[in-house]
Design a protein. Structure first.
Length: 296
């Protein structure tokens, strides 16, 4: 029997696309918040002896995590034989080190938690920096999908003569790849970022005067406070470049950061729809849908 698919936290269009392609049954789950903020959860569909898949958004994760774990625990208790997780954005990947004594390495705690409740997980472009692969911290099989093709396609379609710019060393992995996919000779440069605090960064761009006729396209995996992008945009404007286009995979956007980035001089801010946001212009649904086949 094919798995049953569930949607949690606003992933209905993603689950509908998966359902359509593989003719999966959509499971019914009721989530309700009691006046005391605790969660009521009921799985109304019969999951006994069924494999199930749950797709969920996990940005602003804390209020979503506990209901998600209660869902998994309940499904297992009701007889589900396997529970797969589709989380287009994987949170808690940036605290991947004990920077000062006593700090939690929350990437590891979170990975242990999810590995305990789920049989497999699929995600898009997780923030891998000091941790190089998810296998280092997750004990379940994980699939990492990359949005490089979709981002490169968008740039190719909309921007003539781009100069791809990565705001920091970590971004080189996807920036170099995207540049190559646009065209073998698309230029790219990597800036240097120093993070001074949660909302304070310094970015220094290498010599790029010879690219003055190009449109700068900044690419990063995450925009959160938007400071990384804003600082880079401001410098490019100072260097009298054309207004840059900013592209990110995951639109975390802290309060006001989208508006601030636009008013700092960005021509456009574009993201993938791993998190719902008005800037979503790059659709990664097909990427996830195709990857699910191996779990049926
Ligand atoms: C971190 O290194 C990431 O790749 C992003 O550059 C970072 O998360 C962006 O954060 P913010 O928008 O707060 O500057």
């Amino acid at each position: 029997m094919k798995p049953m698919i569930f949607s949690l936290f606003d992933t209905l269009s993603l689950t509908a696309a998966i359902q359509d392609k593989y003719e999966l049954e959509l499971g019914e789950v009721i989530l309700h918040q009691f006046p005391d903020q605790e969660t009521y959860l009921k799985i109304s569909s019969n999951v006994k002896d069924r494999k199930i898949i749950v797709a969920t958004h996990l940005d602003k994760p804390n209020p979503k995590i506990l209901p998600l774990l209660i869902f998994a625990e309940t499904a297992r208790d009701l007889g589900a034989t396997e529970i797969g997780l589709i989380a287009p954005y994987l949170p808690y990947m940036r605290q991947d080190k004990r920077f000062t004594p006593g700090e939690a390495i929350s990437s590891i705690s979170f990975a242990r938690l999810l590995s305990h409740y789920f049989n497999w997980m699929t995600t898009i472009d997780p923030h891998l920096h000091r941790i190089k692969t998810l296998n280092e911290i997750y004990t379940i099989p994980t699939t990492i999908l990359h949005s490089n093709d979709q981002i490169a396609w968008w740039i190719k379609k909309h921007i003539k003569n781009p100069l791809i710019i990565g705001p920091d060393k970590e971004s080189e992995q996807w920036v170099s790849n995207v540049a190559k996919k646009i065209n073998m000779d698309t230029p790219y440069v990597i800036a240097e970022k120093t993070r001074k605090g949660e909302r304070e960064v310094e970015v220094s761009i290498p010599k790029i005067e010879s690219y003055k006729n190009c449109i700068p396209v900044l690419i990063d995996d995450i925009i959160s406070t938007g400071k990384t992008m804003t600082k880079t945009v401001e410098q490019l404007i100072e260097l009298q470049f054309k207004w840059p286009v900013c592209i990110a995979v995951h639109a975390l956007f802290d309060q006001g950061s989208y508006e601030n980035l636009l008013s700092s001089g960005a021509e456009k801010v574009i993201t993938c729809n791993t998190i719902s946001h008005p800037s979503n212009e790059i659709d990664i649904t097909g990427l996830i849908v195709d990857s699910i086949e191996s779990h049926l």
